[in-house]
Ligand binder design. Structure first.
Ligand code: AHG
Ligand code: MN
Ligand code: MN
Length: 333
């Protein structure tokens, strides 16, 4: 019988690898897993509760907000904020930083995308939640401010995502490998199902929205053209897999190999995806699994942030596939 390891037990084991975190890391991650269970409960029955459809508002990104975006956002802020372990939060759905209800003992910052893949909510396609955890730059939570949210991705203490799909999984790293947990609704626990996930150096899938071909730079089109050529030796042509939920496309590529690209285009010079709560957490996970994540030139984790909602081009997934994409983008091929 396979050992049943709950995610909380795993957090406690991970904790021993971080002597300086004095027990808080386990609590932080526990809070996130608990919030994920609350969001899951609604996502899996979204069609029944009155949380489908538009909330009738637009968010700071200028995007139409779905009720489930707001629901997930509120659940995460309240479920996590009540324990006071986070001094500050930043969410895709909130323009400014969020001071949790209790934060006097908080020494960490939580940045998150409460519901990733919003366009897929009403059509029962996998969506996700993405989170990123930093330590405060100072030691007084009352002095926590935006600069604590604008640290390089390489400073992350932990990062992870939840994917609400045919099964619900939570995947996280604290810098000691990537581990996946599958939710068992019969016992209400996330159980270890994918220990030490590693991503193949090359994949067979590529993910990019080719609907925007007209806006793509020639260098990006050249990369896509290369992927489509017939060449058995290099496993080409690759197959297209593009779900429209970053978490779902990333998760598939993480497990089977592949490359996800949301590039700079002629109309969006920094692409669409957000650095702090989409690219950075997934880049931390991807590198921990042996993959690569860049903006076409530099490591995502090395980007020095200037704004909470800043966007970045994103090339993420199998190491060799990302390097091939970069070679095309830099005109070396
Ligand atoms: P969000 O729902 O949090 O705004 O994220 C949506 C993102 C990402 O999940 C997905 O990969 C991408 O938007 C799809 O964008 P396009 O529809 O432009 O391809
Ligand atoms: Mn998103
Ligand atoms: Mn979102």
């Amino acid at each position: 019988m396979k050992k049943l390891i709950t995610i909380e037990r795993h957090f406690a084991e991970e904790q021993k690898l971080h002597p300086q975190a004095t027990g808080e890391l386990t609590d932080l991650l526990y809070d996130v897993a608990f919030a994920a269970k609350l969001v899951r409960r609604e996502v899996v029955r979204a069609g029944l509760a009155d949380i489908l459809g538009m909330a009738g508002t637009t968010n700071v990104q200028g995007e139409e907000v779905k009720k489930l975006d707001l629901f997930a956002n509120e659940k995460i802020i309240n479920a996590i904020g009540q324990h006071g372990r986070f001094a500050l939060m930043g969410s895709e759905e909130n323009e400014g930083t969020i001071i949790p209800p209790k934060n006097e003992n908080g020494r960490y910052v939580l940045l998150f995308d409460p519901l990733d893949g919003s366009s897929n909510i009403d059509v029962n396609v996998s969506v996700g939640t993405i989170f990123s955890i930093y330590r405060l730059t100072g030691d007084d939570p009352r002095k926590a401010d935006i600069k604590d949210c604008l640290q390089k991705g390489s400073e992350q203490v932990a990062a992870g995502y939840v994917i609400y799909g045919s099964s619900v999984m939570m995947v996280y790293t604290t810098g000691h490998g990537v581990h996946g947990f599958t939710y068992d609704p019969t016992i209400g626990e996330f159980l270890l199902s994918h220990e030490n996930i590693t991503i193949p150096a090359r994949g067979k899938y590529y993910s990019i929205n080719e609907g925007s071909r007209k806006q793509l730079h020639d260098s990006t089109l050249a990369f896509i053209g290369w992927l489509k050529e017939e060449d058995a030796e290099t496993g080409r042509p690759y197959s297209t897999r593009y779900i429209g939920s970053l978490v779902a496309d990333f998760h598939r590529n993480l497990l089977t190999g592949g490359v996800f690209v949301y590039p700079a285009t002629k109309t969006h010079r920094n692409g669409k995806l957000r650095l702090m709560y989409e690219a950075n957490p997934l880049a931390f996970i991807c590198e921990q699994a042996g993959g690569r994540a860049t903006d076409g030139k530099q490591r995502i984790l090395d980007i020095d942030p200037s704004e909470l909602h800043q966007r970045t081009p994103l090339y993420i997934g199998s190491r060799d596939d990302v390097m091939t994409a970069e070679a095309f983008e830099q005109g070396e091929r």
